[in-house]
Design a protein around this ligand. Structure first.
Ligand code: CA
Ligand code: CA
Ligand code: CA
Length: 262
């Protein structure tokens, strides 16, 4: 249904342009209420743990993608809007040929934003193949991020688009800080330990190692505020919902729900 996508995306861009002209300053201004009466019906009006529980039930109803299927899915979800032969690399911000997927230097591969060692879920179908936190990234930059927690500070990553790294944390470039926060917090709500995988949660630490935690929560909340969802992130959420998993990242539709839960 490519035609549907084009129409949806055009409407989203028009809405974004309208919001930009009225320049409402708060995260609430970016809330997309399109799905409040349908998809989010059982969550709207709730807060805190009740909201988290309701969202967990809603987003756990999904189709799962195989790890091999992730390659082709990312070529659609992360397509460069200016060049349909390319994908945009998450941290680098570079546009690179879809055909350069692989494991060699100069290739892009499948970055697990929630590092798969944090909770040790690997690449079996489940959290390790969940498109809501998988993004294309340069093989070398992906290795530099490794399984580091997220925090501010460090030195510039080579070809990292402004991303920084130090011994115990990684700071993505400004344009995707909010994307990273909303991906991590989606994972925390989606995986609650009731499906044979670990209960993933954010915390205030770095050096979480193989524990099922990612830090730092206060920094992720700040990034959610500083970098609200844009057309690229919203389109990606829509494509995953329409064509792949049939579930949504609630924090892209309602960034203000982050503050309500955490
Ligand atoms: Ca650090
Ligand atoms: Ca962004
Ligand atoms: Ca959880």
């Amino acid at each position: 249904m490519p035609g549907t996508h084009i129409r949806t995306r055009t409407l989203a861009l028009t809405a974004a342009a309208l919001l930009a002209t009225v320049a409402l300053p708060t995260a609430t201004a970016h809330a997309d209420t399109s799905y409040d009466d349908t998809y989010y019906q059982d969550a709207v009006g709730k807060s805190g743990t009740a909201l988290k529980d309701a969202l967990h039930t809603i987003i756990s109803d999904q189709t799962k993608v195989s790890y091999d299927g992730v390659w082709n899915a990312l070529k659609v979800t992360d397509q460069d809007p200016a060049n349909s032969s390319n994908v945009i690399l998450l941290y680098s911000g570079l546009s690179r040929s879809k055909s350069l997927n692989g494991g060699d230097s100069g290739d892009w591969n499948r970055e697990h934003v929630w590092a798969k060692s944090h909770g040790d879920f690997g690449t079996a179908t489940g959290p390790g193949t969940d498109l809501h936190h998988l993004r294309p990234e340069d093989v070398t930059v992906n290795a530099i991020r490794g399984n580091l927690d997220f925090d501010e500070g460090g030195s510039a990553v080579s070809n990292g688009g402004g991303s920084k790294v130090d011994s115990d944390s990684f700071e993505p470039r400004d344009a995707v800080k909010g994307d990273v926060a909303r991906m991590i917090l989606y994972m925390a709500v989606r995986y609650e330990g009731d499906d044979s995988f670990a209960d993933l949660e954010p915390n205030e630490k770095v050096n979480n190692g193989s524990s099922p935690y990612i830090g730092k929560l206060t920094v992720l909340k700040k990034w959610n505020d500083e970098d609200p969802p844009d057309a690229f992130e919203e389109n990606r959420n829509q494509v995953i919902y329409d064509d792949y998993q049939h579930n949504r990242n609630p924090f892209i539709d309602h960034p203000e729900w982050v503050e309500s839960i955490w």
